[in-house]
Design a protein around this ligand. Structure first.
Ligand SMILES: Nc1ncnc2c1ncn2[C@@H]1O[C@H](COP(=O)(O)OP(=O)(O)OP(=O)(O)O)[C@@H](O)[C@H]1O
Ligand SMILES: [Mg+2]
Length: 390
């Protein structure tokens, strides 16, 4: 779908110049009008655009009244001003009239591109704010075999056992094994089957594509064979995840070690990224490299959580050594429990069911509790209860 952008510029000459420079703007349908704020409503009604860029007529006395009348009559259109004056005072009055942003003059192809970017940002934000009730948690391994799949699946189970509706999403398109971590049943559909039908994607299709593994716990499985993985584009994966977030309390992603445009899109959307490692030199070097990549992607410190798995207190590398080298605090440690974890994975039964007293189960429970805080009402003091009754 092309984005429809309407421009209101001040003169015929400006319109001619804009038409020439905008001819090569891809994926955007642009209509250019000559006029001012009083034409805003008629332009919106005529073009039905997603975005309007109004070259701000500083000398027009009733400009803001016209803008307000238009934004009230036809809400949902992104109205942006283009003005040489980008002062806070102007921004305040403009916002009161329903304008979302002021772009610096002159009105040009660059303004249109900024407006398009602004629209995409506000769209994805509003999609997340209105539909999304869930939290997206991504698990990345510093090295193969670190335990990301086991932790994502079992933390998912622990949250499900606490009454949360949880979806495990296996993004290891080559030989993903999330399903096998929580059940011995097989999934009939995979995330690729869903991606292939993305045009029809809705809650019913998502529901019919996931495997109900345990009570409250569902899995969107990896494909049996990794054929045509290119169907899972970043855009389609975003669509799947946003839909999932509107139906599940937690969506757990097993990203493994694949960083490609689709998994990066998933990481962009994630609330937390858990980077799972073992305290061994090659893993630590990878942590530093992954942290550099994540910094480049603009992920702040709060988003990335380092998790040391199979942690042994008296191992050869100490935790503070890791923290010193990577300049990052360790968010959580998970002890080693070889037999219990191996049995859980081999039987396809989550660890908390198989070994409820295992120290790893205990860590998973604390972790799940931290993700689902319960609000505690402050108790009234005896004095307050006395005065309240008068
Ligand atoms: N806390 C733990 N204690 C003991 N063993 C563990 C622990 N966590 C994971 N393991 C073992 O590590 C192995 C790898 O686990 P898992 O498959 O979850 O790793 P992964 O990082 O997803 O690997 P891959 O790179 O193959 O996707 C499993 O066989 C499991 O038994
Ligand atoms: Mg794995």
């Amino acid at each position: 779908m092309n984005l429809k952008v309407s421009l209101i510029c001040s003169s015929v000459q400006e319109r001619e110049a804009l038409m020439t420079s905008l001819a090569s703007t891809p994926d955007v349908e642009v209509n250019v009008h000559v006029g001012d704020a009083k034409h805003l409503l008629s332009v919106i009604q005529k073009d039905r655009p997603h975005v309007v860029l109004l070259n701000f007529p500083a000398s027009e006395p009733l400009a803001f009244e016209h803008i307000e009348a238009a934004t009230l009559r036809v809400p949902g259109v992104l109205v942006l001003l283009v003005s040489a004056d980008t002062s806070i005072d102007l921004l305040k009055s403009a916002m009161e009239a329903g304008v979302r942003h002021i772009l610096p003059a002159p009105l040009s192809q660059a303004s249109v591109l900024s407006a398009v970017e602004y629209w995409h940002k506000s769209e994805s934000l509003s999609a997340r704010m209105t539909d999304n009730k869930g939290e997206l948690l991504a698990f990345v391994n510093a090295k193969g075999g670190s335990g990301g799949t086991f932790l994502a699946s079992n933390l998912g189970y622990t949250l499900a056992a606490a009454g949360k509706k949880v979806l495990l999403v296996d993004l290891n398109l080559f030989f993903g094994d999330m399903v096998a971590n929580v059940t011995d049943r097989k999934s009939a559909a995979s995330i690729l089957d869903l991606a292939r039908q993305s045009e029809l994607l809705d809650a019913a299709l998502l529901e019919s594509s996931v495997l109900a593994a345990r009570e409250n716990l569902y899995v969107l499985a990896a494909p049996l064979f990794p054929y045509h993985i290119e169907v899972l584009t970043p855009k389609i994966l975003q669509k799947i995840l946003l839909l999932a977030l509107s139906h599940y309390d937690f969506v757990m992603l097993d990203v493994g070690r694949t960083l490609d445009p689709s998994t990066i899109k998933a990481l962009d959307l994630s609330d937390h990224i858990y980077l799972v490692l073992q305290l061994a030199l090659p893993s630590i070097q990878n942590v530093k490299r992954i942290e550099t990549v994540f910094e480049g992607l603009g992920y702040g410190q709060g988003k990335l959580n380092v998790v040391v798995n199979r942690y042994e207190k008296h191992g050869t590398i100490a935790l503070d050594e890791l923290e010193r080298v990577t300049q990052t605090k360790v968010a959580r440690t998970v002890p080693a429990s070889y037999e219990a974890v191996m049995a859980s994975i081999n039987e396809g039964v989550p660890l908390p069911i198989l070994s409820p007293r295992d120290p790893v189960t205990h860590v998973l429970q604390t972790w799940a509790n931290d993700l689902t805080p319960v609000s505690v009402k402050p108790k009234k003091s005896w004095l307050a209860s006395l005065t309240a009754s008068f």
